[in-house]
Structure formats: structure tokens, C-alpha cells
Ligand binder design. Structure first.
Ligand SMILES: Nc1nc2c(ncn2[C@@H]2O[C@H](COP(=O)(O)OP(=O)(O)O)[C@@H](O)[C@H]2O)c(=O)[nH]1
Ligand SMILES: [Mg+2]
Length: 321
């Protein structure tokens, strides 16, 4: 495939290579498995049954697995899949079909000033880290950024955001631990407006998603934002740790019901043998997947690219030689 490689393209290429290397721990995921399992065998109903088991154990989920197998079974019936390479190729296409509708990058429109991103998710999912990475990315694009330290639950959370602010050149608006998050976000929004800042990113506390207290707090933050700018927040970004497995789906539904999620960031895909959860999330939630995280540093972060992800998931390291 001939591609013209711009600066941007090169950066994307580099991220894709790291994604491919990090996503598939050597012997954990499909490609290695399948190649060994099916080499020299006929691709028949029995083979598809074994594939089904592997998809389910990789967290692809019942619905997405069903959809994938249906597509493959049709091709087996037409005798189009006569070896393991053809099967892997067809699998990749079936996964891409599920991921593609969710690959909708966040468009940070310049007409919103500031463009307000409210970041939510359970404790430890990677919110603050994702905010730091996003701030870095926006900074590199020449955009001005204010961070609101809306996780006032622990002092350490405010400090952690402060480190990212220093590192990325973003301004931060914070109050002491225990302050009302809605007040912090209100201040930050006023400050961002006064400075003519382009993007405001609001951190929030996580704790447990089933605490109605947390959801009430997030609703209040949202209301306060809307009092200043009725069109905001322009993005409610839910951060999900991919290692949460099927639990991630439950979290997403709860946050979505409470405050309305407009996009997802999926983190810690480097640490999981179950990257298949991304397919389950795409199939069931049908929410735009904006970004993925594949490590702790700022460069371990990229826009979700459905084709690159499907390829990384299915090809793995082995296939790359
Ligand atoms: N390996 C890995 N670690 C991550 C990633 N994103 C965040 N983390 C780590 O996960 C932990 C929790 O992240 P944090 O941003 O504090 O989560 P928060 O509680 O949602 O704000 C930290 O140790 C982060 O460095 C990722 O994509 N990959
Ligand atoms: Mg945090």
C-alpha cells in the first residue's frame, strides 16, 4: 500500500508500531493461537467453534462474537476460507466492520471558546493521565489549555494534575482538597473564558460508579458548566481501563445514564491480554472511541484508528516477523 508520509503520518506510523508490539503479549491473543491451532487444518464448523471459544475468552463478548462468527460461517459455507491465513484475514475484516462505526475522532472546534471537555470514569481508570496526555497533544498542536482540578477528593490528585500542567505548559485552576468540585470547575471555566483559552479539560473524582453521590456530584459539575455556557460541556469523555473486562460495559452504561457520555478513551491496552474488550465495547455501546492509551507516558496515546487496531489485534507480533 503506497502512502505519502507526512510528519503526522510518521507519528501515526510510530504509534501503530508500538500499539502492535504492546497490544499482543506474545502468546496470549488470537493470531498466535489461531495460526498454531488451525495450521494445516480445514476451516470447518468445528474450527469455528474453537474460534468462538477463543474470542469469548479474549473478552470480545457474546454479541460481537456472534456477529463475527456469522460473517465467517457464511464465508466457510461459500468455501472461501480454505486455510488459516484466509481465516485470519476474514476475522480481521469482521472485527473492522464492528470497530469502524466507532472510530470518530474528537473534533475540538475552534468556534467554542473554550471547548470544554469533562473527563469522567471510575477511580484508577486513567483519567488524570489521559488528561495529561491530551494536554500534551493539544499543546503540540499549538492550542492553549486550562486544566481544572475537579478531583478534590485527595490532595495527591491535585498534585498529580499539577505535574502534568507543568510538563505540558497548561495552566491549572485548583483549590484545596475537599473543596466543591463544581466550584473549582466554575472558576476554571471563568478563568479560561477571561484568558481566551481554547480548551478547558476538567478532571473529576472517580471512586465507585455505583455511589449515587459521585453521579450527583458529576451532574452538579455539568449543571454549573452549563450555567456559564449552555452549549458546554462539548465532550463528556469517559475513561475506561481495558483490563476491567465486561465490567467496563457496566461502568459505561451507568455513567452514560447519569450524565450522558459523548466519547470514550480506552486505557491500559498495553497491560491486557484481552484487547478484545474494545470490540465488545464498540459492538455494545456504539459510542465514539476517541483515544487509546498504551502506556503511562505522554507519547503512549493516540487517536483511535479502527483499521490499525483491527490489524494490531489480529496480526500480532508473530505475523510481523
Ligand atoms: N500501563 C498503563 N498505565 C496507565 C495508562 N493510563 C494510566 N495508567 C496508570 O494507571 C494509574 C491510574 O491512573 P490515573 O490517571 O491516576 O487514574 P484516575 O484515578 O482515573 O485519575 C496510574 O499509575 C497511571 O500511570 C495506560 O494507558 N497504560
Ligand atoms: Mg485522577
Amino acid at each position: 500500500m503506497a502512502t505519502t508520509i507526512s510528519d503526522n503520518g510518521e507519528a501515526r506510523e510510530g504509534f501503530f508500531k508500538r500499539l502492535r508490539a504492546k497490544l499482543n503479549k506474545p502468546d496470549t491473543w488470537l493470531s498466535y493461537d489461531l495460526a498454531n491451532l488451525f495450521r494445516g487444518r480445514a476451516i470447518d464448523a468445528a474450527a469455528l467453534e474453537e474460534l468462538e471459544t477463543r474470542l469469548l475468552s479474549a473478552d470480545v463478548g457474546v454479541e460481537a462474537t456472534g456477529q463475527i462468527l456469522e460473517a465467517l460461517a457464511q464465508r466457510v459455507a461459500r468455501k472461501e476460507l480454505d486455510d488459516v491465513e484466509a481465516l485470519i484475514d476474514a476475522l480481521q475484516n469482521a472485527i473492522l466492520e464492528i470497530l469502524d462505526p466507532c472510530a470518530k475522532p474528537l473534533d475540538i472546534s475552534a468556534s467554542r471558546k473554550p471547548f470544554v471537555v469533562l473527563v469522567v470514569g471510575v477511580n484508577g481508570s486513567g483519567k488524570t493521565t489521559t488528561i495529561g496526555k491530551l494536554a500534551q497533544r493539544l499543546h503540540a498542536e499549538g492550542k492553549s489549555v486550562v486544566l481544572a482540578a475537579g478531583d478534590t477528593f485527595r490532595a495527591a490528585a491535585i498534585e498529580q494534575l499539577g505535574v502534568w500542567a507543568d510538563r505540558t505548559g497548561a495552566a491549572m485552576v485548583a483549590q484545596q482538597a475537599g473543596a466543591d468540585p463544581a466550584a473549582v470547575v466554575f472558576d476554571a471555566l471563568q478563568s479560561a473564558k477571561a484568558r481566551g483559552t481554547q480548551v478547558l479539560i476538567c478532571d473529576t473524582a472517580g471512586r465507585l460508579q455505583n455511589q449515587s453521590h459521585l453521579m450527583d456530584e458529576l451532574k452538579k459539575v455539568k449543571r454549573v458548566i452549563q450555567r456559564v455556557d449552555p452549549s458546554a460541556p462539548h465532550e463528556v469523555l469517559l475513561v475506561i481501563d481495558a483490563n476491567q473486562g465486561q465490567n467496563a460495559l457496566t461502568q459505561a452504561r451507568e455513567f452514560n445514564e447519569a450524565i450522558g457520555v459523548t466519547g470514550l478513551a480506552l486505557t491500559k491496552l498495553d497491560g491486557t491480554a484481552k484487547g478484545g474488550i474494545v470490540v465488545a465495547i464498540a459492538r455494545q455501546l456504539r459510542l465514539p472511541i476517541r483515544y487509546i492509551g498504551i502506556g503511562e507516558s505522554a507519547e503512549d496515546f493516540g487517536v483511535f484508528d479502527a483499521r490499525a487496531f483491527a490489524t494490531a489485534l489480529v496480526e500480532g507480533k508473530e505475523a510481523q516477523g
